[in-house]
Design a protein around this ligand. Structure first.
Ligand code: DLZ
Length: 156
């Protein structure tokens, strides 16, 4: 764990149904996030047959696919993964904000918790550090999914 995130490390994920939506844009970095998240889920006992992975072109398309997986309570939690990197404009910030808002809307309208694993970075170096460097966001996203997915089952 890269930060002292207040997550419960003793969660049993053997019955948890998890959806993951991963963007293809900046695919090498998204794949690094995905690999770290999947390792953490597997370590908690999440079964491969309970894990659904959907790929979409870019971060902008992530919320729609998350909504498809989250609808009708078919998953206990959905993790959204993407990497937005700044260029000459602030386009990445604008997309990052709209994606963040949309993901929260999906969670609130479907009742299925959504983990916002879309990294918004100003430079590729910042993104690298968060996806496959010293800051292990993939593990953090998975740990958050285990905790909130379990809570969703308990409260349902
Ligand atoms: C077009 C675009 C750009 C410039 N940058 C990124 C990025 O850094 N990260 C990302 O996930 N996607 C990017 N995209 C693609 C958009 O998210 C989207 O797929 C396209 O605009 C098509 O709707």
């Amino acid at each position: 764990m890269s930060l002292a995130a207040p997550t419960d490390t003793a969660i049993d994920g053997t019955t948890l149904r998890v959806g993951i939506v991963a963007a293809r844009f900046n695919g090498d970095l998204v794949d690094a996030l995905l690999a770290r998240a999947q390792e953490r889920l597997a370590a908690a006992g999440v079964k491969p047959r309970h894990l659904t992975l959907v790929r979409v072109p870019g971060s902008h398309e992530v919320p729609w696919a998350v909504q498809q997986l989250a609808a009708r309570g078919r998953r206990d939690v959905v993790i959204a993964l993407g990497v937005l990197i700044g260029g000459e404009t602030s386009h990445h910030e604008m997309v990052g904000q709209s994606v963040s808002y949309a993901l929260q809307q999906v969670a609130l309208t479907t009742g299925t918790p959504v983990i916002n694993g879309v990294i918004v970075a100003n430079t590729r170096a910042q993104a690298e550090a968060r996806c496959r460097g010293r800051i292990n966001r993939g593990v953090e996203f998975a740990a958050a999914a285990l905790e909130i997915g379990t809570l969703k089952k308990e409260l349902s």
